[in-house]
Design a protein. Sequence first.
Length: 72
Amino acid sequence: MFPVNPAAKLIDGDTCYPNLAALKGKEDGVVVAVPAQQAVSILRDAVKAGIRNVCGFRIRLTHPRPYRWEGN
C-alpha cells in the first residue's frame, strides 16, 4: 500500500506520494477516500496512470444538531 496525499511527506512512517503519477507503476489499484468533489479528479488521474482497479468510499455524517469538539 502506498499513501498518496499532496499535503504530507510521511504517513505512519511511510513515504507519502504527492499524486498517483508519482507512483510510477507500483500500484495495482487505488482506494479513494476523499470528499465527493475531489473523487472525479482522482479517478481521472487513475485512468491517466493506467490504474484499472478502483475502490471508492463515500462517507456522509449528519446530525440534527452540530457537534462541539473539545480537547485536543
